[in-house]
Design a protein around this ligand. Sequence first.
Ligand code: ZN
Length: 351
Amino acid sequence: MKILQNVPEVIFQKGCFADLTSILAYVEKKHRLKRPVFLVDHVFKNKVSLPSPIPRSSSEMILWVDTDKEPTTKQADDFTKIMKELNPDYIVGIGGGSVLDITKGVSVLLNNPGSCSDYQGWDKVKNRALFKIGIPTLSGTGSEVSRTCIFTSPTKKQGINDDHTRFDMVILDPTLTCTVPAAQKFFTAMDCYIHSVESLRGTMINPFSRGYAEKALELCVRYFLDRPDDGDLMTASYFGGCSIVYSEVGICHALSYGISFILGYHHGEANSIVFDYLDDYYPEDVKVFRKMLSTHNIELPRNIMKGVSASDIDKMIELTYLMEKPLTNALGQDWKLKLTPEKIKKIYSRM
Ligand code: ZN
């Protein structure tokens, strides 16, 4: 039996970020909370400004998150250490998927012993996490609604997959995504497109999941091939995330973790690189993906495997094999017979 959970409180409104002070006042009164710590993407410190300032926060209660690389277990452990001294009642994460994932991970670690890597895997968290609010500034990862936060450790890249990672509240303001550079916006949105495809074409699909995935897919395609609307894309991201909560991702995600781990590509770009070689698994969806690429003049990195050592390729295969649930979803219980290490190597060698 699978018990399905959603984020309990969601605000979706263009421009609502400007009302953050009153939203937080509501949250604090309702949930008897006082002291927030803000985890904010460091791009908002210097390069890009938020549409309105973060309210009521003295500088020491804002922690800037370096998002140049994918989130690491060390980053989560370091923030947890700092947070323990600040002793907040709740955390507000403002940023893309990386910041949201770190917010989720830290909220778990503040109320559970050990380090981040102890919880990578499925359903390992014992205690309720600290109250947390997610405010996405990028659309696509679905991290705002999923029960997953993904971290790279020295030995692997894997998510903490657990109900305790889920946000208590999510604030969706599409105006926050207006200034995202085009390529970054595209690759992040493709994460959502791929979530939807993998959910729809997988063996774990069910009517609940299908409803979310079909709408997310439709909104993504509409954004890139017909009529762009940031509200649509933010909704797609949320729905795509809901669809994988009730099913799973698939082959593309399983293969992309190795690419991010060894070559450092961000999740959305790594997924896009892989998806272009998956005609055998998702033929029609790959065609639409290529149409979106060409319409927006997006160039995928090529020959990325040139110079990658044999031992690194073995590591990439090992990481792919850790993704048991997604591969079961994509190929069925006998996935190991269908996706052998040799086959994985062959797919990687074409990239
Ligand atoms: Zn993803």
